[in-house]
Design a protein around this ligand. Structure first.
Ligand code: IDP
Length: 148
């Protein structure tokens, strides 16, 4: 089953949105495989956002993502990578549809509440970057027979 990396950014944690965001993924039918509240180091931030290192907003992005705790998660389920991106909405919350996480909770691209892997390759990379193998749990949920 597919897995993806999702993270409530420091603005989402400070604004008490963790519960609502977790509830959306649970209600959709996805299964939580791992989760933790953590402070991202400068080094981890620069590695995670490495593809943006030449962008003008890189410094601001690293400062922001290290400015307070984040809530890191691994979610599992059929087509979860693409579906999580749909549930998050467009990168700029002003372009994000209503009923998406960014559409409902964000106003600016710099503080857009949530991160989610954008491909199979980045999901694998980001899960390995943020979680040890033993922090991820393989288990059955009875609801799955009603979801699939
Ligand atoms: P994504 O988070 O939707 O995958 P990316 O293009 O990978 O979007 O950008 C990573 C993050 O960088 C965004 O979520 C956003 O917080 C931040 N970002 C993107 N563009 C800008 C910008 O123009 N100014 C400030 N921050 C930006």
């Amino acid at each position: 089953m597919e897995r993806t990396f999702v993270m409530v950014k420091p603005d989402g944690v400070q604004r008490n949105l963790v519960g609502d965001i977790v509830a959306r993924f649970e209600s959709k039918g996805f299964k939580l495989a791992g989760a933790k509240l953590m402070q991202i180091s400068q080094n981890l931030a620069e590695t995670h956002y490495g593809e943006h290192s030449d962008k003008p907003f890189f410094g601001e992005l690293v400062d922001f993502i290290t400015s307070g705790p984040v809530f890191a998660m691994v979610w599992e389920g059929e087509n979860v990578i693409a579906t999580a991106r749909k549930m998050m909405g467009a990168t700029n919350p002003q372009d994000a549809d209503v009923a998406t996480i960014r559409g409902d909770f964000g106003l600016t691209v710099g503080k857009n509440v949530i991160h989610g892997s954008d491909s199979e390759e980045s999901a694998k990379r980001e899960i390995e970057l943020f979680f040890l193998n033993e922090e991820l749990v393989d288990y059955q949920k009875n609801q799955d027979t009603w979801v699939y």
